[in-house]
Design a protein around this ligand. Sequence first.
Ligand SMILES: [Zn+2]
Length: 58
Amino acid sequence: MSTEKAATFDCPECDVSAPSTSVPYDSLGYVVCPVCGYAATPNAEDSPVAERSPSAGD
Ligand SMILES: [Zn+2]
């Protein structure tokens, strides 16, 4: 479910919403949450299920 229509940054950490034009970006060009400092990386959004999936590498 993408929200590119509004270009709004929604922080998964503190649940804050802000226009992408009013939030800071890191050196890599990723949005950084102005409230908690969470950096939105493409890897985190690309595999949200794998992060919660129990690893069988034990
Ligand atoms: Zn945040």
